[in-house]
Ligand binder design. Structure first.
Ligand code: NAP
Ligand code: ZN
Length: 353
């Protein structure tokens, strides 16, 4: 039997999110039925709702930073039991047999991974709906274990903001002798500072917002550079092995390239699309620098990050909101007025029943 749930959906790119009743599929043998307790509000939710990427399908129920409790498991599920604290991130399925999937890179699945929302289920072709809802049904291969002792609300953003910054830190082998910079102090940026610091790296924040300096230090930044100040930008020439750029909108990356060391990499995780103004290749060629991109992280890597956060007691700095506050939260997110992630308490949905 399918499962009736209440969520919040966008019906068009311009309307507010409003209550929406829909059905989750009848669990398959490998499915885990999860009561959603908390769901982070990622800037990607906002991009999706407003159709910034041109691929939105409505009704659109966002949410891919999901923390919940297992309500039931299918007959083939052995890794989870009723009552477990679990997480679900940006993906709920992938082909499971291509080269990428076999190497734990489900996010780069050659057939395309199935996103948690705004995608079609690979088996029944139904539209996927995300975590702004009471319950979700997910294949066990895409369910994560939440380490005991982590605050569940604060752990929600690890499922996207955490893994999206962890993956480049690991891919570019960041450790004790690394110098890493982060562009933009928002959901992703603050997790990058925390995770990079816990890996032992020297951390720098590039920000447009002078008032974020103290917060950045508290989050682990050793150095803060105001990106609008040419003298401060010039002072960090040649410093960084890795720059993680989290800015969500088109921006000029040329000013950051001189601050990379020889062989340094600037990895874009925020903005999707054409760069403007165009990228000057001279400083890249003159010091073998790279500009790269990175998408979330694989399932095993996400579990690795969660376990690391469990050991190091790392969670996100959050502001808990009610589901009914999501539209104002989006407006605040657009003004960078969030410290540093909104997390929806799904208990607030019970008031609507
Ligand atoms: P967020 O919380 O809104 O933070 C973005 C930060 O970027 C802001 O706090 C601000 O920091 C800076 N910023 C915002 N607008 C800017 C502009 N026009 N120019 C320069 N800086 C600007 O967003 P988020 O949730 O961290 O998400 C960041 C981006 O990553 C989004 O585009 C999201 O879609 C994307 N994303 C990508 C992946 C992936 O797998 N690659 C995964 C999740 C999210 P300052 O005030 O410090 O300058
Ligand atoms: Zn996200």
């Amino acid at each position: 039997m399918s499962i009736n749930v209440l969520g919040y959906a966008a019906q068009t790119p311009t309307d507010d999110l409003t209550p929406y009743h829909f059905a989750r599929r009848e669990p398959r043998p490998d499915d885990v039925v999860i009561e959603v307790l908390y769901c982070g509000a990622c800037h990607s939710d906002l991009h999706s709702v407003r159709n910034d990427w041109g691929n939105a399908m409505y009704p659109l129920v966002p949410g891919h930073e999901i923390i919940g409790r297992v309500l039931a498991v299918g007959t083939a599920v052995t890794g989870f039991k009723v009552g477990d604290s679990v997480g679900v991130g940006c993906m709920v399925d992938s082909c499971q047999h291509c080269d990428a999937c076999e190497h734990g890179l489900e996010q780069y699945c050659e057939e395309g991974s199935t996103y948690t929302y705004n995608a079609f289920d690979r088996h029944d072709k139904s539209l996927t709906f995300g975590g702004y809802s009471e319950k979700i049904v997910v294949s066990d291969k895409f369910v994560l274990k939440i380490p005991a002792g982590l605050d569940l609300a604060g752990a929600a953003p690890l499922l996207c903001a955490g893994i999206t910054t962890w993956s480049p830190l690991r891919h570019w082998k960041v450790g004790q002798h690394s110098k890493v910079a982060v562009v933009g102090l928002g959901g992703l940026g603050h997790m990058a500072l925390k995770l990079g610091k816990a890996l032992g790296s020297h951390m720098t924040l590039f920000t447009r917002s002078p008032d974020k300096e103290q917060d950045a230090r508290d989050l682990g930044a050793d150095q803060i550079v105001l990106s609008t100040d040419a003298a401060q930008m010039a002072a960090v020439k040649g410093q960084f092995d890795l720059i993680i750029d989290t800015v969500p909108y088109v921006h000029d990356i040329n000013p950051y390239i001189p601050s990379l060391s020889i062989d340094g990499t600037l990895v874009l995780v925020g903005y999707l699309g054409g760069l403007d103004p165009i990228l000057n290749t001279v400083p890249l060629i003159m010091a073998r620098k790279s500009v790269a991109g990175s998408l979330i992280g694989g399932i095993a890597e996400t579990q690795e990050m969660l376990d690391f956060c469990g050991e190091h007691k790392i969670t996100s700095d959050i502001e808990i909101i009610k589901m009914q506050d999501i539209n104002t939260a989006y407006e605040r997110m657009l003004k960078s007025d969030v410290k540093y992630r909104f997390v929806i308490d799904m208990a607030s949905l019970k008031n609507e029943k």
